[in-house]
Design a protein around this ligand. Structure first.
Ligand SMILES: C[S@@+](CC[C@H](N)C(=O)[O-])C[C@H]1O[C@@H](n2cnc3c(N)ncnc32)[C@H](O)[C@@H]1O
Length: 250
């Protein structure tokens, strides 16, 4: 696509006069989401271990959404959730800090003739939701890009975009392994994933542990509660992933 046709709802730090102390969420901490080769290979790589359609269907069921529902997909990436959920929802606001990921998602939506997704360049800390508060927010594999203090600010900002009783479905790399055995857990996990998925996954996981901001489940639960959510369900998998279904506190 020559022309970017997603709405530019993003205020750059200089325009918004963001204080010098604010975390710059555009400087991504790990994976190369602005590199075109990475973005081009993203879906193929992820669909080796994910089923986008099933994830979207399960998410919609968990959130009890229907054709009238509105939703923000925060950190939409190439549209794994938004594109696969679009036919079952009223309106989706798909937001990402990476223009390259957004471009890819936008192109896929156009090709599939999807008309109920609005794409916005922005993020947890900078996206301004100007429409009516939404029924739900989904965020998949994104929150680990923010250090913990900024995760809390991000989650608090999400509560302001949600209706009363609005829901959040957050899935991410969140640790539940025993920190006493962190070396053996990390080495073993990376080895087993590398065996199944190859060298690329090994490098990605090494970078994840070294540079990104995944945290422990007990911290994440505290952050969600402090931000103003009631945790309805928390599922931990493999010591490495977590899914939280939350409702905004009245
Ligand atoms: C691993 S991808 C996940 C994409 C998509 N949600 C999925 O399930 O495939 C992480 C995405 O989060 C975006 N991202 C990173 N930091 C962000 C932030 N602070 N706010 C919004 N998006 C962010 C990246 O640009 C990237 O598209």
């Amino acid at each position: 696509m020559d022309k970017e046709d997603f709405s530019d709802n993003f205020s750059r730090p200089d325009e918004r006069k963001v204080p010098g102390w604010q975390y710059d969420e555009t400087k991504l901490c790990g994976a190369k989401f602005e590199r075109e080769e990475y973005v081009d290979g993203y879906d193929e790589h992820h669909q080796r271990f994910r089923d986008y359609k099933k994830e979207a269907e399960e998410g919609i069921e968990m959130l009890a959404l229907d054709l009238q529902s509105t939703l923000i997909d925060m950190g939409c990436g190439t549209g794994a959730f938004a594109i696969n959920a679009a036919s079952r929802l009223g309106k989706i606001y798909a937001v990402d800090v990476s223009r390259a990921m957004l471009k890819c998602a936008c192109k896929k939506a156009k090709e599939a003739d999807i008309k109920n997704i609005e794409f916005y360049h922005g993020g947890f800390l900078t996206y301004k939701h100007r429409a009516e508060p939404v029924d739900a927010v989904v965020s998949t594999l994104v929150s680990h890009h923010l250090p913990d203090f900024w995760k809390l600010i991000a989650l608090k900002r999400l509560t302001q975009m949600l209706k009363t009783d609005g829901k959040l479905l957050l899935f991410d790399v969140v640790f539940s392994f025993d920190p006493a055995n962190y070396e053996s857990f990390i080495t073993g996990y990376i080895e087993s994933m590398a065996e199944r998925m190859g060298d690329e996954m090994e490098k990605e996981l090494e970078t994840h542990f070294r540079r990104e901001f995944s945290t422990f489940g007990w911290i994440m639960e505290g952050l969600l509660e402090k931000a103003g959510f009631i945790i309805e369900k928390a599922d931990y998998r493999e010591g490495f992933f977590a899914t939280y279904l939350c409702t905004k506190k009245a």
